[in-house]
Design a protein around this ligand. Structure first.
Ligand SMILES: Cc1ncc(COP(=O)(O)O)c(C=O)c1O
Length: 390
């Protein structure tokens, strides 16, 4: 089946009672055993069947099968947030005395976990400039437990050549994790390019409607089972059945939403690029993007994420963000609604001045998550706000 069809039909669990079209929400904490033998066998892993919803739930299982099929992985795990997904992968695959190699441009929450929290667990984090491939390799030693990349990166829209990173990972036998939140499995397939685990903040395009916080990991059965056993079951960052159901609903329209996010964002990016009050625009599929060729090779399109700077830098940006009317000043992304935010003071406020400079996140950088409204209306709102920028 093609991607679009799998979004709707992929491994649909039969509802034996009523044949409902939509997956039921199994809103239950526990599952009864017919007798002691059955309970013992399920705990021993010698019989299939649910035990307790932290360890598995039919609605969640349905979501996980669909996520695995869309990223073309063997197995998937759904989590209570994107951060729970990333931290679970790290808890399972790294540990005291180990190090992680990553890039200097990451979502602010991931940056905070890497910069302050992992050191409490005795895990060192080593960073290369986003596309300095020699540096990534130079940072690896016998204690490197994994390589973590985010591409396109939040909020600069910088790109990493996934195949190049995976070749380094393979050379040293180190698993590579790729945060695929910005591109989604519709536009980018990191597992096909050699990545071992794909991570998503499912809060964003997978949910797609701004009403759920969730995360996901997709990879081989072995790796996913290890993460389930040693991190998810024990630390408990599971997704609730209702949240899983919301994601299943969101996934049905993922391809049509992504196509519209892409066309809207490209239209807005091209318009911004020509605007006399706009000094810079970053959108991977604009010819002016420094990694345009890589973007075309690695992705079949892109989402609604773009960033830009206006005349007057920080002050100009502040006027614009205060003056938009339909567009909401809010963090998060990937929703139907267009959202605008200021990374330096919001999502990336945890970065030090030095880290901001290294990753190219300027005071004047504005991040826009282009939604599904008509592009004329998004442009009209930006235009009336830009009029006020001097
Ligand atoms: C690229 C990226 N990765 C991970 C996360 C964390 O996801 P969550 O907020 O669902 O925990 C975010 C959140 O904005 C993100 O933008």
């Amino acid at each position: 089946m093609k991607f679009e069809t799998r979004c709707i039909h992929g491994k649909v669990m039969a509802d034996p009672s009523f044949r409902s079209l939509v997956t039921p929400i199994y809103q239950t904490s526990t599952f009864g055993f017919r007798n002691l033998e059955e309970g013992k066998a399920r705990f021993a892993g010698t019989a299939e069947g649910y035990i307790y919803s932290r360890l598995g739930n039919p609605t969640v299982c349905q979501l996980e099968q669909k996520l695995a099929s869309l990223d073309e992985g063997e197995a998937a795990l759904a989590f209570s947030s994107g951060m729970a997904a990333t931290s679970s992968a790290i808890l399972a695959l790294s540990g005291p005395g180990k190090n992680i190699v990553t890039s200097d441009t990451l979502y602010g929450g991931t940056h905070n976990m890497f910069n302050r929290t992992l050191s409490h667990l005795g895990i060192e984090v080593r960073k290369a400039h986003i596309n300095d491939y020699l540096k990534y390799e130079a940072l690896i030693d016998e204690n490197t437990s994994l390589i973590f990349i985010e591409t396109p990166a939040n909020p600069t829209l910088g790109l990493i050549d996934i195949e190049k990173i995976c070749n380094i990972g393979k050379k040293y036998n180190i698993p590579v994790i790729c945060d695929n939140t910005f591109a989604t499995s519709f536009f980018q397939k990191p597992l096909k390019l050699g990545v071992d685990i794909v991570m998503h903040s499912a809060t964003k395009y997978i949910g797609g409607h701004g009403d759920v916080i969730a995360g996901a990991l997709i990879g081989s059965k072995d790796l996913i089972y290890t993460i389930k056993k040693y991190a998810q079951n024990d630390f408990g960052g599971v997704i609730a059945p209702f949240e899983a159901w919301l994601l299943l609903r969101g996934l049905k329209t993922l391809p049509v939403r992504m196509e519209r996010h892409y066309s809207n964002a490209l239209t807005v990016a091209r318009w911004l690029e020509k605007h006399p009050k706009v000094t810079k625009v970053w959108y991977p599929l604009l010819e002016s993007h420094p990694d345009y060729e890589l973007a075309k090779r690695q992705m079949s399109g892109f989402s609604g994420m773009l960033s830009f700077e206006v005349k007057g830098g920080k002050e100009g940006g502040e006027i614009l963000m205060n003056e938009v009317k339909m567009i909401m000043l809010a963090v998060s992304l990937g929703d139907c609604d267009t959202l605008i935010q200021h990374p330096v003071s919001m999502t990336h406020a945890g970065y030090s001045c030095d880290d901001l400079e290294k990753s190219g996140i300027t005071d004047g950088l504005i991040r826009l998550s282009v939604g599904l409204e008509h592009s004329d209306d998004i442009i009209a709102d930006l235009e009336q706000a830009l009029v006020k920028v001097s």
